[in-house]
Design a protein around this ligand. Structure first.
Ligand SMILES: Nc1ncnc2c1ncn2[C@@H]1O[C@H](COP(=O)(O)OP(=O)(O)OP(=O)(O)O)[C@@H](O)[C@H]1O
Ligand SMILES: [Mg+2]
Length: 282
């Protein structure tokens, strides 16, 4: 049953972050149902992200990971429960207030923009000047392209890139606005192993050095286990079944139940490492 909406703040009050810039995100009993469906795809979601860190969501295909992250930045409005950003119910926030602080890198699709890479990245900038690209925007774009090692692609057409290069452009677009929180849907999916490691280390570094909350979905259990401060496990029927540091979460029992697969978990410098066996059924 839908709970009555109790505003968290008075009308006219405007949203901002505290002086230290720290964001906090809290999901309280969140459920989400797609239009026309009888049952919610995620439900009973309680989650607190109240300090900087790299948080990795893992779980099988179709369990609701992408649906969940879109509930945080208001792309999906929960059908039950609420999402609080620094104590504000997101129903009281404008989408642009949320977008000001939360960068979002969706799962990459083969976009067919023909614009140059630099322009595709600048689309993510929140310029002080509404119509013009400022020098500051250009500096930021150059900085993030350097971070991802793609400055040589800046004038290439976006539709002339490989899947991994698209992925890097999408991450640049999320980073250019200097978000306090960055949400990424499978940011390493199309990357080769070197770049998977590089990008995940970069994201961990951003969390540690810039105090950012980085929330990413990953299907690579070993990359998640190696770099995440915390793992969030989603399991059927669209619930969070466990959260915690990788060494507490990634166990043989959990992984074999979650994915219906044989596996061994060994230790690699104190971090769990999953050695996959056979799938039990499909
Ligand atoms: N726009 C939509 N309308 C209706 N159902 C949807 C929609 N988007 C997703 N779903 C359904 O919601 C469920 C959760 O989907 P979601 O994309 O959140 O899963 P996921 O955990 O991100 O999966 P994957 O690992 O494959 O990306 C799935 O059963 C999916 O078919
Ligand atoms: Mg998904």
């Amino acid at each position: 049953m839908a709970v009555r909406f109790e505003p968290t703040h008075a009308k006219g009050e405007s949203f901002d972050l505290p002086a230290d810039g720290q964001m906090t995100v809290e999901l309280q009993d969140v459920a989400f149902k797609y239009r026309g469906m009888d049952q919610p795809v995620i439900s009973g979601i309680n989650l607190s992200l109240n300090k900087p860190g790299l948080y990795c969501i893992v779980g099988p295909n179709g369990v609701g990971k992408s649906t969940l992250i879109k509930c945080i930045n208001k792309l999906n409005m929960p059908s039950e429960g609420r999402v609080l950003i620094n104590g504000w119910d997101t129903r009281e926030l404008k989408l642009k207030d949320v977008a000001r602080f939360i960068g979002y890198v969706p799962v990459t699709t083969m976009d067919v923009f023909s614009m140059p890479v630099i322009d595709a990245i600048l689309l993510g900038a929140k310029s002080e000047s509404k119509w013009k690209t400022t020098d500051n925007d250009l500096e930021k774009a150059t900085r993030v392209m350097k971070m991802l090692g793609i400055e040589d692609l800046s004038m290439r057409g976006f539709n002339q890139l490989s899947a991994g290069q698209h992925q890097k452009v999408a991450i640049c677009r999320g980073l250019i606005q200097d978000p306090k929180m960055l949400i990424l849907d499978e940011p390493t999916a199309n990357l080769d192993v070197k770049h998977q490691v590089y990008v995940t280390e970069l994201l961990r570094g951003l969390a540690e050095d810039s105090g950012m909350i980085v929330l990413m979905i990953s299907h690579d259990l070993n990359v998640a286990a190696k770099y995440a401060h915390e793992i969030i496990v989603m399991s059927p029927p669209g619930v969070i079944s466990k959260t915690g540091p990788p060494e507490e979460v990634i166990t043989e029992d959990l992984i074999s139940d979650l994915y219906d697969i044989e596996c061994k978990v060994t230790s690699d410098e104190g971090r769990p490492h999953v050695v996959l066996g056979s799938a039990r059924s499909i």
